[in-house]
Write a protein that binds this ligand. Structure first.
Ligand code: M6R
Length: 611
């Protein structure tokens, strides 16, 4: 939530900041603003998407300079209007500050500043920080010292960047529980909420740890902790280039990212399977061979990936797996032991609820492993081990390719632990590895149904409610499909376990109700296929319009479905990866048919860095 970028160097700051904000806009799009130092500090900020700021900068240009900060906001304190947009000013307009996070004790500091004669113009907690840092700058005469003195006062989560008119060529940042990374250039340096902020200019990056302050000039980077001790930040190289974060000719980032689902699976597998054995560089399965329980902590789509993983890991590694929403996990005193493994799943690696769950898990003695898509992110840094998904940058707010990559990584984890703990059946494990390797090509064939799904979506543009039924690993896919419809098409959508239908949800079925049904393969060893076909008959008898996502050639479904979206023959653990793609496509096409913004749905931000 909120995207942050800072720049010092020979280039014009405006272009660097606007380019970075464009790539960070997925983090929030309620307002945007920049502060640039030329002869003096100037700011421009506007409510609305980044384009409104761009228009403002054309209508009312500022003098470009070589030091600047930029912000794109997801509103927490105060409405998304021009005044509450960042940057906020302190020290009589000479200091500009941008903020991501929430300063929980802002009211108490604000009262102190008001008593000191400070006048506030916005409703934000961030303006409090601007005035406090400004006051500390007047006292210390040094931006880094001013930041250090100020952060000692703040409770909550924050990334802060500041510039001061009297210190051109310097940007100071600080972070606690919110993300900030450094981009290293030649004669220039960058700060950003994530590497997308500066990937156009450099792939050399440094990760800033918790409770640290960074000062950049064109030729130097120095990092200290909140106590003032020097810190050596951890270097890493960005593995994708700026073109990966462009639309590349697609109508939306989401359309592009859905088309990348096969590659997300292939790239997450790449180099991790050798002669049928899972070997993940940097991850030592033997360290986890004694694990007797796994709890997956995650939110939203990532939690649904965890739920798919549960079915597979339990089958392969014979370890009980629970999946918990991160924000529930840490408030219920969970029973864990040193043989419990907490697996966090997060695309961004910054989701505050999941980060706090991981920290809590470590405090109470569990081991932690992160499945994450973002290098340099906080959650993997706070975990004992990490398996990166290699889905590439995901820009659309609704998660798609990261989901299939997360399932792939969870499968790799399950197979690796099963191979290490000796509980897995070697024949089943070897088949699982083989099936996974075949999945990307199967996914390619599912993508060919785009036109059919677009037609369906246009036909259903006025639909107000959709139900989705699935069973076994199809159940989490039903939940994921429903979430996408809520997020993108703003309609009421519910996913149900098909077996639960008769226990209540069937009361929702009335003539014309659209129900997607994810049909297990007729070859399913548990005979779930016939049970789900029975469910289809039950809802059809009550007037439902059935859209079945079923295995190609499944003759049993044809008489009862209004539409069939075929998926290729695959093993039961590959089916969810295939079945989710039509649901991702349908949600996107329905939103498009309704004229909605597919990439930036209302009220959402991609990376939820507040609780
Ligand atoms: O970055 P994370 O994977 O931790 O994000 C978790 C959820 O916020 C995220 O999956 C959210 O539900 C998406 N908007 C789903 O499309």
């Amino acid at each position: 939530m909120c995207g942050i970028v800072g720049y010092v160097g020979p280039r014009g700051s405006q272009e660097v900041l606007l380019g970075g904000l464009g790539r960070l806009e997925y983090r929030g799009y309620d307002s945007a603003g920049v502060a640039i130092i030329s002869d003096e500090l100037e700011t421009r900020k506007r409510a609305g998407k980044l384009q409104t700021l761009r228009d403002e900068l054309v209508a009312n240009p500022l003098d470009d300079g070589h030091t600047g900060i930029g912000h794109t906001r997801w509103a927490t304190h105060g409405a998304p209007n021009d005044v509450n947009a960042h940057p906020h000013l302190g020290d009589n307009g000479k200091l500009a500050l941008i903020h991501n996070g929430i300063i929980e004790n802002f009211a108490e500091i604000k009262a102190e500043l008001v008593a000191d004669g400070v006048e506030f113009v916005s409703e934000t907690d961030s303006e409090v920080a601007a005035h406090l840092v400004g006051r500390e700058y007047r006292r210390t005469g040094n931006l880094t010292e001013a930041m250090k003195a100020s952060v000692a006062r703040f409770d909550g989560a924050f990334t802060l960047l500041i510039v001061h008119e009297e210190s051109p060529g310097v940007v100071v940042g600080a972070r606690r529980n919110s993300p900030l990374v450094i981009g290293l250039g030649k004669g220039e340096n960058f700060l950003g909420s994530d590497v997308a902020a500066f990937v156009e200019y450099t792939s050399d990056a440094l990760a800033i740890g918790q409770d640290q302050i960074v000062t950049i000039t064109p030729d130097s980077v120095s990092v200290i902790d909140f106590d003032g001790n020097a810190v050596t930040p951890e270097p890493f190289t960005v593995t994708w280039d700026a073109s990966a974060a462009d639309k590349g000719g697609w109508s939306s980032f989401m359309a592009k990212e859905i088309s990348e689902e096969p590659a997300a699976v292939a790239d997450t597998l790449r180099g991790r399977v050798k002669d049928g054995v899972v070997e993940i560089p940097g991850f030592e399965p033997a360290d986890f061979a004694d694990v007797d329980r796994i709890i997956v902590v995650a939110c939203g789509t990532a939690a649904y990936a965890g739920l798919v993983g549960k079915y597979a890991i339990e089958k392969w590694a014979r370890i009980p797996v629970d999946v918990e929403l991160s924000h529930e996990f840490r408030y219920r005193e969970p029973v864990i032991s040193d043989r419990t493994l907490i697996v966090s799943v997060s695309q961004s690696g910054e989701t505050m609820d999941t980060l706090m769950a991981v920290k809590y898990a470590r405090e109470i003695g569990a081991r932690t492993l992160s499945i994450c898509n973002t290098q340099g992110a906080t959650i993997p840094r706070e975990s004992d081990a990490v398996i990166y998904t290699h889905a590439g940058p995901e820009v659309a707010v609704a998660s798609t390719k990261a989901f299939v990559a997360q399932i792939t990584a969870l499968y790799l984890l399950g197979i690796a632990i099963a191979q290490a703990n000796g509980k897995g059946d070697a024949r089943i494990l070897s088949a699982a590895v083989h099936d996974l390797e075949a999945a990307p090509a199967l996914l390619d064939t599912v993508l060919r149904h785009g036109e059919h799904i677009r037609t369906l979506a246009k036909w259903m543009a006025d639909t107000q409610a959709v139900l989705i039924l699935g069973r076994h690993v199809g159940f989490p896919i039903a939940l994921e499909g429903a979430l996408k419809l809520k997020e993108l098409a703003y309609i009421h959508a519910e996913g149900f376990a098909a077996g639960e239908l008769k226990h209540g949800p069937i009361a929702l079925i009335e003539p014309g109700q659209v129900v997607f049904v994810i049909v297990p393969s007729p070859r399913d060893p548990n005979s779930l296929h016939s049970k789900v076909v029975n469910n289809i008959q039950e809802i059809r008898a009550r007037g439902a319009r059935v859209i079945a996502i079923a295995e190609q050639g499944d003759a049993a479904v044809l008489p009862y479905a209004d539409e069939v979206i075929p998926i290729p023959l695959a093993s039961s653990f590959i089916e969810p990866i295939l079945a989710v793609v039509p649901l991702h496509m349908f949600a996107m096409e329905l939103a498009a048919a309704k004229g909605l913004d597919v990439d930036q749905p209302r009220n959402l931000a991609k990376s939820v860095t507040v609780e």
